[in-house]
Design a protein around this ligand. Structure first.
Ligand SMILES: [Zn+2]
Length: 127
């Protein structure tokens, strides 16, 4: 079974434009118009709001497919966003542990320097 996703727009009969209401009323009042001086100033044809000028609208099947695609896209975006968030958190944790390591190293160097100074003092007093 083939899915029919789109059909011609019924509002504009598939042409993408509709006669403006002002013009429709003016034509009704001037059925054999030859003098257009009293005609509306707005464009005679307006873009159809039902199909936004695309001439086609979604069928019920088309709406169902669009809804399905939207929900798949939303789910994909959600997973992609949460994966990106996890990567960022991991990178941030690595950054922090690197910082901790550096701090520890700095403390160790400082401690060793103090130990050496103490040792040198002791050696001096022994002489
Ligand atoms: Zn239309």
């Amino acid at each position: 079974m083939a899915l029919i996703l789109q059909e011609p727009c019924k509002t504009c009969q598939g042409c993408g434009f509709v006669l403006s209401l002002a013009w429709k009323e003016w034509y009704a009042a001037n059925p054999m118009a030859t003098n257009f001086t009293t005609a509306p100033t707005e464009p005679e044809e307006l873009r159809c709001v039902s199909c936004e000028g695309s001439r086609k609208v979604l069928t019920e099947d088309g709406k169902a497919v669009a809804t399905l695609i939207n929900s798949i896209t939303t789910t994909q975006n959600h997973y992609r966003d949460s994966a990106a968030m996890r990567r960022e958190e991991a990178a941030s944790r690595r950054q922090w542990s690197l910082q901790d390591e550096m701090d520890n190293l700095r403390r160790t160097i400082e401690q060793e320097r103090r130990d050496r100074e103490d040792l040198e003092k002791k050696l001096k007093t022994r002489r």
